[in-house]
Design a protein around this ligand. Sequence first.
Ligand code: S3P
Length: 449
Amino acid sequence: MSGHGTPIPMTSRRCGPLAGTAQVPGDKSISHRSLILGAMCVGTTRITGLLEGDDVLDTARAMRAFGARVTDHGDGAWSVEGVGVGGFAEPDRVIDCGNSGTGVRLIMGAMATAPITATFTGDASLNARPMGRVTDPLALFGARATGRAGGRLPLTIEGARDPLPVQYTVPVPSAQVKSAVLLAALGAPGETIVIEREPTRDHTERMLAGFGAEIEVEDTDEGRIITLQGQPELQPQDIAVPRDPSSAAFPVCAALIVPGSDVLVPGIGLNPTRAGLFTTLREMGADLTYENEREEGGEPVADLRARHSPDMTGIRVPPERAASMIDEYPVLSVVAAFARGTTDMPGVKELRVKESDRIDAMAQGLRACGVAVEDGPDWWRVEGTGAVPGGATVESRLDHRIAMAFMVLGMASETPVTVDDGRPITTSFPIFETLMGDLGAQLERGAPA
Ligand code: S3P
């Protein structure tokens, strides 16, 4: 999502019951990692169910620029012929990661211990986000970064010629930072140790083990200690990407607030480092069940069934749960507006540095729609009354999750809700409009007539 061109407003109006089956696309986190790890082994990695959203397509293009052969076989099937750990070629152009913090941060890590130089940029949202959190630990390996003030993109990384292994405690709860360090560690000889005080999504660790790296994870009182041996020969894999719980959140939450709804969302990854929203919704009294629980590709998976839940109540979301649902707070705040009572969301400072300042974006938009919201530097609070007036045009701020959250709000509010630009949705959920429309949502391009 470049942010260039003409904005496309999108309007959601109150609809009848949502019903049917929602086949949401592949997991964004796992899709990025499949392409990047595929590029870091010699041989062919085959991927099915890849998310073909703009963020992941930007990562596919980047892997080609670093020398991997990435092929789209149609219908979510892709292959990557990798160049091996340390084998990245120097790109002959600027790497544009579009809107994707995950893409740029993981790729910076993957190239930081190769003897090459690369320059990275993105759209207005990505170029405003902090990158020092990644370039600081990459400097410990011997990589040098030169960027704009505050470590912002565009920035250039000169990879370490003689990389050293590191020991690093991640100072913010961020899977992207942890993963950048682990990917850099692949190119450094010896043992790198990464410590995270609060567990974040662990797809990189699981996938590195799957690709044959020597990696150990230990849960201790100080946090999670990850030990990775550098310079492995990664083995190409066949990867079936599970469907994305962060995308499933939208049809699930819509079904909970639209009267009469009953929606099945099959095959959703329920890795405990990702499933915090569903636990929270159940605590609020949501009629949300897990059916057919199983394991696929090393990840726990289930079919989610969500039914209209008129008696939900507000709760305090435990701050230690934040990392496991960090992308789901925008849509949770929508559900909270339809529940009764206060939903407190403490310990969420990271929401301020996502694709947008998500606390501010949601607080302002919800207030414009008649919902009482309070917020502070690392917390916010929504007062639910069981009904939402709606009737506003809100800014999506180059943020897909803000745009989709307000489209869900409009499905149950008294008057329609419009976002000023729905284009960011294609970064993570390119079929959102048709999928929600097939369930019975009334979404249309443009402002309300
Ligand atoms: C992601 C990690 C999270 C999340 C993002 C995807 C990942 O970001 O918000 O959408 O795939 O590692 P942080 O690591 O910055 O919390």
